[in-house]
Design a protein around this ligand. Structure first.
Ligand code: ADP
Length: 671
């Protein structure tokens, strides 16, 4: 049976639908039922439907296509000419390309019926054919809808499958281990990397928990982290370990909750990256660092021990050759004098080298301390000018000082300041050919450090020497770095001086650099700064006044065998010992090393004992150093009284067995 009403073999169609109405594509009336024609005499065939009716329902445009597209709805047309609405079903008649409106007037009272001049025959309200048509129409519409829906569903399902495949492909090609577990910690999804790494198949894992796959403790840790994510509803990053065939691997896991529309976490997703290689490299690095540090400590310890071992005999070599050079024990012939001079020179050079190496290793290991105290820079520079002037005179070089008159006292380590200056000035003289000039200048200037201005003492040492090419200007501040020029090669040196200068300047929180064009004759300018205000981040321990771990005793006696014996005794008792064989040497060593006690023989060949004591007491560095007189000639009681005003103890020779207790007593009393 066709669903097209026009094609239906229905007898008396017009009688069955006395109110029907048909319009063509132009909405012109092409046919109407007998009752409609009678009731609405104003409507003629060919009239536009819109001229006689308005469309009350459905709420669509009053156009052919719009009406054709909505035939499944109930249509209500309202007459423009009278109080009448037509209610019914719109049907599209395909072969006529027309719309057929099967309807009845909507009347609710007999009054209205009368008004419209209608009888009961004019209605097809319960017409079984009309009902059938309605059923067929709605069935058709429902069928079309369901067909559309199922097509949509199929295409949605395909799209879903495609997107799932895409997602799985992405997951499977990821080098990370990816998994999803539901709120009961059961696996929902794993990727290929997971399968490979833990040697499982995804269909075998689905529905299982970590307790089915891993040792208890490992599963417990996984579960704890998952639970945290589910409870907290927020992502977390955590390091996790899991056993593998080749040992335990470390993973960096990013875990995050999957939320439903209500924002509730229903599963946890994890992305874990194997960071075992990085972890092992880090551990290797830490252990390499520890090994390097311990090697460095061993090196520093070795250097400290060696320097001590080397310095003791070297001091003896220097001390004895000094005595010989000064003809203390009788005149030497010219050749002997020359050789002794050579021994002394080489000895001092070696001692300097050892001291430099020791100083460097101390700075490197952080054991170098600054003895900061206010001092007069101008005076210090004048002293240095005097010291280097002998070197300069030999080469006919003028050393000039150019110091700001109003220089304030500077709080810094004076000894290190002098060492810095000595190294720079002696280099300037060394690398300046005969007849040149060297100038030292100092002034207070402002410099910028880390974006903030600060006041610094700036010291410049300039020369008219061979200069340093820009390419070499950085490296010469490294240990054992020297410029390989023909002039420089002829000069002595180990390449440690500037390295020490840099370390000492930096310990003070300052900086050092050189300016030079590298042109012979134009020379170089070495500059360094020392901040007036100690930097806040300077390690406190470096700035405090130095405290020796083992007390240092200086023995001065012209009898070498006694010095050696006393040094041995004191060394065994835990003291560090400096040896001296002459009065001036004793004064100089005491000034340099500031011993904790001086054991002094009053009968020295070069200086009377009284004078040695005076010199020690007049120097600020040794003014308070305790002195123990160790004398062979028993002084008179009156002399002893006088002596006691300046010294802390008097011991008669040989009395070596009393030496250590007496030294201890004096040191204890001096604390
Ligand atoms: P040393 O002088 O013992 O070789 P330094 O560390 O003091 O070691 O100096 C390193 C190198 O820097 C020197 O060997 C020299 O080549 C260069 N240098 C230092 N001072 C000057 C200077 N005033 N003029 C030219 N070159 C210099």
């Amino acid at each position: 049976m066709s669903s097209d009403p026009i094609g239906l073999p229905i007898e008396g169609f017009k009688a069955a639908f006395p109110f029907h109405l048909a319009v063509d594509r132009g909405l012109r009336v092409v046919q109407m039922g007998e009752a409609l024609g009678r009731t609405c005499g104003e409507i003629g065939l060919g009239d536009e439907l819109g001229a006689h009716f308005t469309l009350r329902r459905p709420d669509i445009a009053f156009e052919f296509e719009a009406m054709r597209g909505n035939v499944r709805f109930l249509f209500i047309l309202e007459s423009r000419a009278r109080r009448m609405t037509l209610r019914g079903q719109m049907v599209y008649v395909e072969e006529k390309d027309a719309l057929l409106f099967l309807c009845s007037p909507w009347v609710t009272t007999a009054e209205e019926l009368r008004e419209l001049g209608l009888g009961l025959n004019d209605f097809a309200l319960h017409d079984p054919v009309g009902d059938l048509l309605m059923v067929i129409q709605s069935q058709n519409a429902a069928l079309a809808d369901s067909r559309k829906m199922s097509a949509k569903l199929t295409s949605q399902r395909a799209a879903l499958r495609e997107s799932e495949q895409r997602l799985q492909a992405v997951l499977d090609h990821s080098p990370a281990v990816i998994y999803i577990k539901d709120s009961e910690s059961r696996y929902v999804l794993i990727n290929k990397r997971y399968e490979q790494l833990f040697n499982v198949r995804r269909d075998a894992v689905a529905g299982k928990t970590d307790y089915d796959l891993f040792p208890q403790d490992v599963a417990f840790r996984f579960r704890t982290n998952d639970a945290k994510v589910l409870r907290g509803g927020a992502p977390m990053e955590v390091e996790e370990v899991a056993p593998q065939a080749d040992g335990v691997h470390t993973f960096l896991s990013v875990k995050f909750p999957l939320l439903d529309v209500a924002g509730q976490a229903y599963a946890v997703c994890g992305i874990s990256t194997d960071i075992t290689a990085r972890k092992r490299a880090e551990e290797a690095l830490v252990s390499a660092k520890e090994t390097a540090e311990s090697a460095n400590r061993a090196k520093s310890q070795f250097l400290a021990n060696m320097s001590h071992e080397l310095r003791t005999p070297l001091n003896a070599i220097i001390g004895f050759s000094q005595l010989l050079e000064e003809n203390t024990f009788g005149p030497l012939n010219p050749r002997q004098t020359k050789y002794v001079h050579n021994i002394l020179y080489s000895g001092r050079h070696l001692l300097q080298l050892i001291n430099d190496i020791l100083d460097l290793s101390k700075v490197e290991s952080g054991r170098m301390e600054l003895e900061a105290a206010p001092f007069n820079v101008t005076t210090a520079l004048r002293n240095l000018q005097a010291i280097v002037s002998t070197l300069a005179k030999n080469k006919n070089i003028a050393v000039t000082l150019n110091v700001d008159a109003a220089l304030p006292l500077i709080s810094a380590d004076e000894r290190k300041f002098k060492q810095i200056m000595y190294n720079l000035l002696s280099n300037a003289i060394k690398f300046t050919p005969d007849g040149g000039a060297v100038t030292a200048a100092a002034a207070i200037v402002m410099e910028e450090r880390d974006g903030a201005p600060r006041q610094v003492l700036e010291v410049c040492v300039s020369d008219t020497g061979i200069g340093i090419l820009p390419a070499d200007q950085k490296r010469i501040f490294q240990e054992f770095e020297q410029v390989d020029s023909s002039y420089a090669r002829k000069q002595e040196g180990a390449g440690l001086g500037l390295a020490l200068v840099r370390k000492f300047v930096e310990l003070h929180g300052g900086r050092v650099w050189v300016e030079s064009e590298g042109v012979e004759g134009k020379g170089s300018i070495f500059k360094f700064t020392i901040p007036l205000q100690a930097p806040e981040n300077t390690d406190d321990s470096k700035m405090r006044r130095k405290k020796r771990e083992t007390p240092l005793v200086l023995i001065a006696d012209d009898d070498p065998s006694l010095v050696v014996a006393a040094a041995d005794l004191l060394g065994k008792a835990g003291f560090e010992v400096l040896q001296s064989y002459a009065g001036r040497q004793c004064v100089e060593l005491a000034r340099q090393h500031e011993p904790d006690l001086v054991v002094l023989d009053l009968d020295m060949p070069d200086l009377p004992g009284q004078e040695i004591i005076e010199k020690l007491r007049s120097n600020p560095r040794t003014r308070k150093t305790p002195i123990l007189i160790f004398t062979g000639t028993d002084p008179k009681e009156s002399e002893k009284r006088l002596l006691r005003r300046y010294v802390q103890g008097i011991l008669a020779k040989p009395g070596l067995n009393e030496l250590v207790p007496e030294v201890r007593r004096i040191m204890e009393a001096a604390k």
